[in-house]
Design a protein around this ligand. Structure first.
Ligand code: ARG
Length: 587
């Protein structure tokens, strides 16, 4: 479906061509001054130099070319030569009827579908998720929904942090508490217990305890390093313990991700590629991709034109261990073998920019991936009122689970204050409160361009007024209720006829859907979806205030408005689902 903007651009472009100027000067946009006309073209200004004429004279020539054009109801030349364009009513009607008939509500599919892997979430085993994991989860999930909706094959992978030093810390800390467990007996040859020796609470206690102990105690740290190396080398008891740690952590993580409505196709982790590492390292050495440096093996990734120096990627440390970059490289190889992705998006905070630059360059250098097929989708921080990273009142890290339950409590309170959901059963009310809480958190996060830091203000996010998730749910619920009433009265939707400026304005918003999704897709930036849903909800509000639906006596007008409302709801629900939000039937 060609949007109105694109139809106008093509027509006006042809008019420029007809007077011997480049067609792209005909590019139209929605107007900055919708009070004057809904669309504008500024091409005559740019054409003046080429045409060696005053812009206004060029605009006159264009207007003469377009005289009597069926697409355009009115064309006005304003100021020095701006073209203000009002399309014909029939253009709005045809467009709206096209969107009504489309099950994708006007959203196109990508021309060439790709296989895209999305690496997001990335929580570490044994550590509860904190607020920093919110952005990766919410953003990664929106991107996975968007890419899938536009036709790509998407495979999402949580990529657990389950390898490396922190595992050595945990193993040794557990050993000091429970030295008699069979996992620590190097001579034990029997079957290890299938029941985990720890709970998630144990793990969240053991990890900080170990980290604190090792911090200024070199002997303690050395013990953990040794355990890490033994674990990586395949010591049976440690591997069995690691499997327990991972299973226990995954169960807890699933709980948080379910609460957020975020799903992964793969629950793989760093440890899954361990067996690939020795051959990868040998291959890098053999082909001269890796070089020896101070007892370590590194891949040099700096380039001549770098503005700041990029350190080499350490493939094998001088102690003989594989590091974070090594597992990322082996993971790229593993993904290539199993899924052969065209693109991998890594949704990770911008603090890890250098790490990913090193990994990508090393991967390109070694031929593990083609140039530009690896992308770091960076994001900023969630801050407290002081403008620094959000912390608890006591100054600790804010657990994601606590944040979710706080939002849920506030959502309940806010629904009660607003007198919403009073007629729902206790279970339904609870479900709605969860939807409101999620909508509040997700929309507040996604409406910012991802690299912008934002301040976490739950009270503002959870409001039913303003540019918030709950406002959007409320609007969707309102349209649903209109549709239910229409159905109860036996009213049917019919062809769209534009009789009021508010109807045309709503059609313009509906018509902007595809461009918004395309922008969000190209820039990996769901804030463009957020902007679209919000402006659509507002256009619906103005339409509904100006144009009665159910009380309308003229049947053709009423069924047209019903069709507009129905299509708005369809598009609203698709757009909301792409930012991970569901609207309840009632509230
Ligand atoms: N576990 C890592 C961390 O907590 C994030 C993982 C990001 N993904 C990746 N492929 N490195 O910092």
């Amino acid at each position: 479906m060609t949007s109105i903007v694109d139809q106008l651009s093509a027509r006006i472009g042809a008019a420029f061509e007809a007077i011997g100027l480049p067609a792209d000067l005909g590019r139209c946009t929605e107007s900055d001054r919708p009070d004057l006309a809904p669309y504008q073209c500024n091409g005559a200004m740019a054409a003046a130099r080429l045409a060696k004429k005053a812009p206004r004279a060029v605009a006159d020539d264009i207007a003469a070319q377009l005289d009597g054009d069926a697409l355009i109801a009115e064309l006005e030349i304003a100021g020095p030569g701006f073209l203000n364009i009002t399309p014909a009513t029939s253009v709005y009607e045809a467009q709206a009827n096209g969107i009504v008939a489309d099950d994708r509500a006007g959203a196109a599919l990508v021309e060439a579908a790709r296989t895209v892997m999305i690496d997001f979430g990335g929580p570490n085993v044994a550590k509860p998720m904190h607020v920093g994991h919110l952005r990766s989860s919410v953003l990664g999930d929106s991107l996975q929904r968007l890419f899938r909706f536009r036709g790509d094959t998407v495979i999402s992978d949580i990529h657990l942090g389950d390898w490396g030093y922190q595992m050595g810390l945990l193993v040794t800390e557990l050993q000091s508490e429970q030295p008699d467990l069979p996992y620590f007996d190097a001579d034990f040859a029997g079957e290890y217990p299938s029941e985990p020796p720890v709970t998630i609470e144990d793990l969240s206690r053991l990890y900080p305890q170990a980290a604190a102990a090792a911090k200024d105690n070199e002997a303690r740290a050395a013990l953990a390093r040794k355990a890490t190396a033994e674990l990586q080398a395949g010591r049976r008891g440690y591997r069995a313990l690691l499997a327990h740690f991972i299973a226990v952590s995954i169960a807890a993580l699933k709980h948080d991700f379910d609460a957020l409505g975020v799903h992964f196709d793969l629950w793989k982790g760093e440890s899954d590629v361990n067996d690939l590492i020795p051959a990868l390292v040998e291959d890098f050495k053999a082909r001269g991709v890796a070089e020896k440096s101070d007892g370590a093996w590194v891949v040099r990734v700096a380039r001549e034109d770098d503005k700041k120096e990029l350190a080499p990627l350490i493939l094998v440390s001088s102690q003989g261990s594989a590091l974070y970059g090594t597992t990322d490289l082996a993971t790229i190889q593993d993904r290539k073998t199993h899924y052969d992705p065209d693109l991998i998006l890594y949704v990770v905070d911008l603090g890890q920019s250098d790490h990913f630059e090193q990994v990508y360059r090393a991967a390109y250098k070694a031929g593990l991936a083609v140039e530009d097929s690896l992308e770091h989708i960076k994001f900023g921080t969630v801050n407290g009122p002081d403008g620094k990273r959000l912390r608890t009142r006591a100054g600790g890290t804010f657990r994601l689970a606590d944040l979710i339950s706080e939002a849920y409590e506030r959502a309940r309170a806010r629904l009660n204050e607003a007198g919403l959901g009073a007629e729902l059963s206790a279970d339904e009310f609870d479900r709605v409160a969860r939807m409101v809480a999620n909508a509040a958190i997700k929309f507040a996060d996604l409406q910012n361009y991802r690299t912008t830091n934002y301040i976490f203000e739950l009270d503002r996010f959870i409001s039913f007024e303003g540019k918030t998730g709950p406002y959007l749910l409320y609007q969707a619920v309102r349209v649903k209720s209109i549709m239910r009433k229409a159905e109860a009265e036996g009213l049917k939707a019919g062809p769209i006829r534009i009789t009021d400026p508010a109807e045309a304005a709503l059609v313009r918003r509906l018509d902007g859907f595809d461009a918004a999704l395309q922008r969000a897709y190209d820039l990996r930036a769901p804030n463009h979806i957020c902007d679209h849903v919000y402006s659509l909800a507002q256009a619906f509000s103005s339409f509904y205030a100006a144009c009665p639906i159910l009380p309308e006596k003229d049947e053709a007008i009423r069924s047209s408005r019903l069709a507009l409302a129905q299509t708005t709801l369809k598009q609203l629900e698709i757009a909301l689902s792409l930012i991970g939000m569901d609207a309840p039937e009632k509230m």
